[in-house]
Design a protein around this ligand. Structure first.
Ligand code: ZN
Length: 398
């Protein structure tokens, strides 16, 4: 039984973070997620509190973004057609980050939610875990938008925690299939912000960074940790690596608070990546985060959303995370009403049948391809050793 509250930061205004009909980051993923939380009964849980976010202020935003960039986003948000070319040098325009009316307001709302969540968990002892499914915009840089991310809500939350307590120790763990470059580089020289990213190797996937050699700079050397993964990494390989690295990293670093980006685009069917994870693994990852937060982070766990481009995967995966926060055991079936709603709203994807499933086919593929299986196992071993021999010793030094 959990003895504290869990805050869910949510508003229908999130759906206005919308790059257009053909863009993969569809607001529908959040709508279906909220709907599944509801149909599974999670929203009625006595320990859950739904909190409506506020916008972050320009001052709070300016802790991580340049004034020039903030002003450009603001101007284009008010009048998208007036001088669209002015967004080009800032990553805004046709492609990944199209300009849309109201993008400043909706982005500051997402950042405000993450900032409020951070403050809640850090200052209010009754709240130990929060979830902002619209957050996790980990690619946004100080001076530009990138990879569907306009402002970096995680960066804004971290900067706020540092504002609340100057010498706070923050651990950030990112399991999105894309490297958490924005967060890493915003705090690259800061030993009080440890960033850890598990992602598909940048040799194969956007944004291309996140090699094992990116370790931080200046005082921050050793406090950026990267685990680039081979395409088709399976549940078994990932989980073994994750369980042998995340808890020991946290135990060694001794943070005051744990931040996690819960992108679910490592799913084996995700259209944007080439990884091999199932929905089922989210239960195991959530358990490790929860136990680690309890043992090494004073129980403080801030969760943000992230990538994931299948309408059938995102709602189920994030429901498993929220259920774990609340310590609710769910049955492996989908509520009828949600299933019907899904079929009604999603035309181009097969409706999922269960709440979670394993990705056994990937493991079977390995059996057919022993060379690949050996390569995977050897590489996993290399990463675990790299963690033990190279990453951990620096973390224990202050
Ligand atoms: Zn991603």
């Amino acid at each position: 039984m959990v003895d504290y509250k869990v805050g869910l930061y949510f508003t229908e205004e999130y759906y206005q973070y919308n790059f257009g009909e053909t863009h993969p980051l569809r607001p529908l993923r959040l709508e279906l997620t909220f709907n599944l939380f509801e149909e599974l009964g999670l929203l009625n849980h006595s320990l859950l509190e739904i909190i409506k976010p506020r916008h972050c202020t320009q001052e709070e935003l300016a802790r991580v973004h340049s004034t020039d960039y903030i002003n450009v986003v603001k101007k284009l948000s008010d009048s998208p057609n007036e001088d669209p070319l002015s967004g080009y040098g800032y990553g805004l325009g046709p492609g990944d980050n199209p300009i849309f009316k109201g993008m400043y307001e909706t982005s500051t709302l997402i950042c405000g939610a993450s900032l409020m969540a951070a403050e809640k968990v850090f200052l209010d002892d009754t709240f130990k875990a929060t979830f902002n499914p619209a957050g996790g915009l980990h690619h946004a840089h100080r001076n530009r938008a990138s990879g569907f991310c306009i402002f970096n809500d995680i960066g804004v939350a971290i900067a706020h925690l540092k504002y609340l307590k100057k010498d706070i120790r923050i651990a950030y763990i990112d399991i999105d299939s894309h490297h958490g470059d924005g967060v890493q580089f915003l705090f690259y020289d800061d030993p009080n912000v440890l960033t850890v990213s598990y992602h598909e190797d940048g040799k194969h996937l956007f944004p291309g960074t996140g090699s094992v050699h990116e370790r931080g700079e200046g005082n921050g050397v050793g406090f950026s940790i990267n685990f680039p993964l081979m395409p088709y990494t399976s549940d078994k390989i990932f989980l073994d690596l994750f369980r042998k690295t995340t808890p020991i990293i946290l135990e060694t670093y001794k943070p005051d608070i744990l931040l996690t980006q819960l992108g679910v685009d490592m799913n084996y069917n995700d259209p944007l990546t080439q990884m091999g994870l199932s929905v089922s693994i989210c239960k195991d990852i959530a358990q490790t985060f929860k136990t680690s937060a309890r043992e090494f982070c004073q129980d403080r766990w801030l969760a943000f959303g992230g990538g994931g481009y299948l309408m059938g995967v995102v709602p189920r995966a994030w429901s498993l995370y929220l259920a774990k926060m609340l310590e609710v055991e769910l049955e492996n079936k989908l509520p009828e009403k949600w299933y019907e709603n899904f079929k009604d709203k999603v035309q181009y994807e097969k409706a999922p049948f269960y709440l979670w499933e394993k990705a056994d086919d990937i493991e079977k593929e390995y059996l057919k391809n022993p060379d690949l299986a050996k390569k995977m196992l050897d590489y996993k071993k290399y990463l675990i050793e790299l963690c033990e021999i190279t990453y951990l010793p620096i973390l224990s030094k202050k």
